[in-house]
Design a protein around this ligand. Structure first.
Ligand SMILES: [Zn+2]
Length: 110
């Protein structure tokens, strides 16, 4: 269990807890040319490890990550970048629009 931070305005998405509270996600990407290693970051597990108040900015997160593919091949494994993903469809749809879409699917199926 963990406590999500209160969302305050003006909105700043500056911590792992804030990202979770807003439904955001993050992927990590190896920046070495030709590597292509990337994966979705488990923000809950990361928050438990380094703290939900920890900054979610690249310069603050980078030291906690490495590229396993580059490490295995002896290349610089600390060139990791991050992409923040905002809450997207269907998780961000307004309830009324979601209900209309479901009815349309129901009509097509029936
Ligand atoms: Zn790599």
């Amino acid at each position: 269990m963990f406590r999500l931070p209160e969302i305050t305005y003006p909105l700043t998405i500056d911590s792992i807890g804030n990202m979770l509270a807003l439904g955001h996600e993050m992927t990590a990407h190896c920046l070495n040319i030709g590597c292509g290693q990337h994966s979705r970051v488990n923000l809950v597990a990361l928050g438990h490890r380094i703290g939900f108040e920890h900054s979610c900015l690249e310069q603050d997160l980078r030291r906690h990550f490495y590229c396993p593919k580059c490490r295995a091949e002896g290349r610089d494994d600390k060139r990791v970048g991050f992409t923040h993903h905002t809450l997207t469809v269907e998780h961000s749809e307004w309830p009324r629009e979601r209900e209309i879409a479901r009815k349309q699917v129901g009509r097509r199926a029936g």
